[in-house]
Design a binder for this molecule. Sequence first.
Ligand code: PEP
Length: 246
Amino acid sequence: MKKLAAGNWKMNGTRAALAEAQALTAAHPAPACEMLLCPPATLVAALAAQAKGTALMTGGQDCHPKASGAHTGDISAPMLKDAGATHVILGHSERRADHGETDALVKSKAEAALAAGLIAIVCLGETEAQRDAGTTLQVIGTQLDGSIPAGATAANLVIAYEPVWAIGTGRTPTLAEIAEVHAFLRARLQGLIGAEAAGTRLLYGGSVKPSNAAEIFAVPHVDGALVGGASLKAADFGTIVAALSA
Ligand code: PEP
């Protein structure tokens, strides 16, 4: 399995930010891992065009469950695919919190992504209160069961474990805590998609930085990272790509 370094630019970046992607591909023309940036929707087509012929792939940050229709402001999976995207992030905790996305909605979006030929990156994670209450595995298990699209395989599904309290905070779980969740996810996924689970990428996300990437990537069942803040600068994301390629 090739590992995956995925960057989530969130609501950051205008066309000027494409220079960072240019610098990234120039510095890492042939990384041993897969390299993906998910810019705001306004930049998907431009980034995909700029990155053509390089190792960098482009993804969206969300899609609608329907392929088209009267849904003002939304973007469909076929539209992302048409713009040059290969992946789409779904069920990020910011969307679950800010837009009330449920597991069922995330599942329907993921099914739309698969139908359009996109790889779905489905995000899961517990809040701080849930971790403190000792319900992390229960919460994540429920999210996984409810969010996984029908027809998921190792080739079209990526899971990102992102503790909500670690996103953008500079705080991370211990390596043992990451190991526990990732081993749990692998086993639970096997119950859902059978043998495909072994080859499905399980990403860790939440305050991954150049300084902690290597130790996190050494944890069993961590097959890459979903990176927010540190994906905005080519030098930082490039260091993470290099750590994953080592
Ligand atoms: C994210 O939002 O997916 C994320 C992991 O953010 P950060 O790396 O900034 O914590």
